[in-house]
Design a protein around this ligand. Sequence first.
Ligand SMILES: Cc1ncc(COP(=O)(O)O)c(C=O)c1O
Length: 432
Amino acid sequence: MPTALDRVQVSHFVAEESFARHLDDLDPCSAFRSRFAVPCGNAAQPNVYFVGNSLGAMPLATRTMLMEELDDWSTLGVEGHFHAKRPWYSWHEQVREPLARLVGAKPSEVVAMNSLTTNLHLMLTTFYRPEGNRTKILIEKGAFPSDIFALRSHVAARGLDPDVHVIEIAARVDEWLLDETDIEAECERLGDTLACAVLPGVQYRTGQAFDLARLTRAVHAVGATCGFDLAHAAGNIDVQLTASMCDFAVWCSYKYLNAGAGAVGGCFVAERHGRDTSLPRLAGWWGNDPTTRFQMSDRFIPVASADAWQLSNPPILSLVPLLASLQIFDEATIPVLRRKSIVMTGYLEYLIRDALRGHAELLTPASASRRGCQLSLLFKDNARARFGALTAAGIVCDYREPGIVRLAPTPLYNTFHEVWRAAQAVKSACVS
Ligand SMILES: Cc1ncc(COP(=O)(O)O)c(C=O)c1O
């Protein structure tokens, strides 16, 4: 159902504070803010929390739900595996369906486990299988270092030289955004030497969003497997993993998923692979078919789904914040959040665009379909000082070398008035 906010277009934007208040009045998601502990300073200096791209705010339900688990543990002990309010033995199954809805997947294709980098290693063990001439693995040059470390270590572990077999595709000279046609051309160039590609959903520095289906087609066209790092995409944009036809994806849950520092990450394995129990993988008892798990056999029988990549029994206390957050996402729904997010980020861009001229470059693509909620500003000079000025004005944002300030208004708990306030601070920082 379209809401009044959905009818707001860029041509309607007005720079006055009262217009920001008007947008807040139209906001269909406004009630969700009160469900979060948003670190917004004190009355004397209220902060604007624009770093949901780094660490999301805490859902208030997390505390209650954690206490319930602690109560069950303290009173039931080992009996909690089967008799806790949410029995621990099957606890992780509660996050499966909301997680699947969040990333456009089937429940059997997703599993919450480990951390992003650990999951990437597990996926590479299965999906990077160098053979004969097909040995290369493709990644973007500006990828998050952990991904590059993971890829290089896999290549080295297979006895290959990472400098030769890890191919890093860069943006064009003097450009920040990676052209999808260049990725397609690189796949074609690599042809049957390409074994696997690990690509971004949303680029962490620039905020550029990629067309997952298009990139998957390019990688599959040369017979390689395709996976995505969705650290900055999950909970931010409308990800449709099953439809993309990609082979695997990994993400963390402490950013837009608001599940707390070091939260349990997520993993997607396409159904066609989940069903193939003959695939090579690293195995552990929790990936074993639950119907035979407690027979304590020495033969691993993988369950025919993404669950088969689990190693150990899940950390219940660490999964609680994820469940608390996913319940809110289920109520809000990604399409509604995404529509608010597009207006919010569009409004921020509208308010600061003129002030940036001569002082900073907006690295993030202008088109809503090519970005999530984050805007990345590359200051031409004194970037650290300008970031300091923003922080001093109560705008909680972050800084990445070389001179990039990232601002991420998140639709679950940020307001349009905060966007307006942040814009005033950006304008002042530009001329300070
Ligand atoms: C794009 C991206 N990939 C990977 C990681 C690493 O995540 P983790 O520490 O959960 O393995 C991060 C962390 O911020 C990230 O932003």
